[in-house]
Design a binder for this molecule. Structure first.
Ligand code: NAD
Length: 392
């Protein structure tokens, strides 16, 4: 009997699950439906560039309808409201509902505000194409306003959180703000760009040498680092830091952390700190007909530490999930999840970057790292395009 596979989320995990399932299953064997909040597959690893106006929206928001044309994968654009894992159905907030035989949860992560008073109400985020557009328009508006207001808060840009998201964003802003200032007749030396990080250093995943390389490069372009200083409160446009000092700013972008999708965390499957727990086949540990791909799941490495929620992990999870659902229908053996790490690259603006590549940990800096980051994006795009042509 024809099965129904329902995939929630059209990001890396969801898209790859759909393509991989369709590679292995004919339309007679299974219907495949992706439900996504927006009609595009968003290349969220490039959002920092969109937020600074350094890339066109069409390069980071790929229409799902175009990507999946002729591939017999249904696309529903809508907002998931409830997931009923006992009744095996999903309801959207427009009143429609969808039943399934197999469900793939690939709803990603959300910004974590850690309960910091006033933070959510008074900050911008960088989790989607619309967020990135909002940041870019806001930054331009503030510079434009400063040209006449001369209000220092309009020329003060604060990024909260010095992980990869915050550092990549600050690198782009440092490169693009001089041009935006010129456009509005503002002297760039009036502008202040600060990155606030609670820990003693930014990017602790890298070696001290690479961290220093990033700090020196960004400081030379005007970025001030406020490390060891958590943001403790935001009141309107006043940001308070752990040592009691305050910054008056009309632009705070919060990149201080993520948490698993609350929809997944609260749907009744087994979770660990809000992220779904999975077995070696990436099935929910409590509901095997539910598979997980991407940030909404937690996958533990053999030494017991959870893998970081990254695009490369989501992509690999999606591919295995699709293949395993097909294997379960055909009575074939399912594959176990053994992720391959290609490394970590951080861009530091248009032409600079740092990274550690491959299993052997080859260190990269400067334009080779920056080019490698662009190449890894191109590799992803060519990979999904290759799969589109392979799918039924
Ligand atoms: P993160 O959790 O990695 O970094 C958030 C940072 O904010 C941390 O350094 C934390 O100490 C800091 N912070 C938390 N609370 C704070 C406070 N009150 N005040 C100041 N600083 C505070 O989050 P992220 O950078 O959004 O990354 C999320 C995930 O996405 C990670 O797994 C990351 O590896 C991945 N990612 C990867 C890339 C890439 O590969 N280039 C880019 C972006 C994100």
């Amino acid at each position: 009997m024809r099965k129904e596979i329902l995939i929630l989320g059209g990001g890396y995990g969801g898209l790859l699950s759909a393509l991989s399932a369709r590679q292995h299953l004919t339309t007679e064997e299974a219907g495949i439906t992706i439900i996504n909040r927006v009609g595009s597959h968003q290349i969220i690893t490039e959002l920092h560039r969109l937020a600074a106006g350094n890339v066109a929206e069409k390069a980071v928001a790929l229409p799902l309808a175009k990507l999946l044309k002729g591939k017999s994968i249904n696309i529903v654009v809508g907002e998931v409201q409830t997931i009923d894992v006992e009744g095996k159905k999903v309801a959207l907030n427009d009143g429609s509902s969808y039943r399934y035989d197999n469900l793939v949860l690939a709803l990603g992560s959300e910004t974590n505000y850690f309960g910091i008073p006033g933070l959510q109400e008074n900050s911008l985020t960088l989790k989607s194409v619309s967020d990135a557009n909002r940041v870019f328009n806001h930054v331009k508006d503030r510079v434009k306003a400063y040209a006449t207001s001369k209000n220092k808060a309009d020329a003060t840009f604060v990024i909260g959180g010095g992980g990869l998201s915050g550092v990549e964003l600050v690198g782009e802003l440092a490169d693009e703000l001089p041009g935006i200032c010129r456009e509005y007749g503002v002297n760039f030396s009036d502008v202040s760009i600060s990155l606030v990080e609670a820990m003693p250093t930014i990017l602790p995943i890298f070696s001290p040498e690479l961290i220093q390389r990033a700090v020196t490069s960004l400081e030379s372009r005007g970025v001030e680092f406020l490390t060891g200083l958590a943001i403790t409160e935001v009141n309107g446009n006043i940001v308070t830091l752990k040592d009691g000092r305050t910054i008056e700013t009309n632009t705070l972008v919060w990149t201080g952390g993520v948490q698993g999708s609350p929809l997944v965390g609260n749907c009744g499957i087994e979770v660990n700190r809000g992220r779904a727990t999975v077995n070696e086949f990436l099935q929910s540990t409590s509901h095997p007909e539910v598979s997980l791909a991407g940030d909404c799941a937690v996958v533990f490495a053999t030494e017991g530490r959870p893998y970081p929620p990254t695009a490369q992990l989501a992509w690999q999870m999606g591919e295995l999930v699709g293949a395993n659902i097909a294997a379960s229908y055909k009575g074939a053996a399912m594959g176990t999840f053994n992720p391959v790490f290609s490394g970590t690259l951080a861009s530091l603006g248009r032409k600079d970057g740092i990274g550690v590549i491959g299993e052997s940990g080859i260190v990269m800096k400067g334009s080779p790292a920056s080019l490698m980051k662009k190449a890894s994006n191109a590799r992803y795009l060519s990979h999904i395009n290759g799969l589109f042509s392979l799918a039924y």
